[in-house]
Design a protein around this ligand. Sequence first.
Ligand code: SF4
Length: 243
Amino acid sequence: MNASDRSFSIPVSAVKPDAGALLHAQGVTGRARPAAAEAAAIHLLVRLAAPSAVVREVSPKKFLKVFAGEGFNETPNPLEAVFSGAERLALFAVTLGQPVCDEIDRLFSVNDSTLGCLLDTAASLAADRAAAWVETERHRAWAKEGLRSLRYSPGYCGWHLSGQKKLLAHLRPGRIGLSLSETLLMTPVKSISGVVAAAPPSLHAFEPGFAFCAACKPKSCCSRKKEGPSLIMTGIPRRAATR
Ligand code: SF4
């Protein structure tokens, strides 16, 4: 697949979470069989989600201007070293489309908060998997001994959320129906933007020792030390579970 600048669909089967992952994300443990509500949420997701992506490969020199964003990044941060040492970089954005987001809103508007919460969580997991799908695809396409391809998103590791502005301006995500508001909210909400960076593994293996790490819940830099692309770094707010 040529990642120079293209948009494409991702099979919904590739992003569908299983019931176990949905239960885990909801904080439910120890249940042997999924409840009907979990199955209903996954069924709705499969029916309504239309995962798609835009990907554009850029030179490291060009990307550093994108990364500078609006000038609000934290200093120091671990990403400058990753991006400065990367051999390949691809901007990306993925979305599940508006219908599944509309259905989440509708379920909450009719006080079906159980199914609404489950669908909200399932959609967040699916958007994460869509981003991971792009990450894995780039990892394979750029396969080169001694490099790892991992994704990073504005809002994490010192990259200010306002970095979405320049990132998305370069991607033209209107091609997949995605836009960014003045308040930095992507529409559809179940969307993720970021960059996949192919760099020597040592550059990806940074420690959580920065001032901003105290507010970071995923602490995904720690889980990234294992090999291969991984399901981490999302920027999608999830509604709190109500049960
Ligand atoms: S703790 Fe969080 S913010 Fe800090 S380096 Fe790790 S992933 Fe990035």
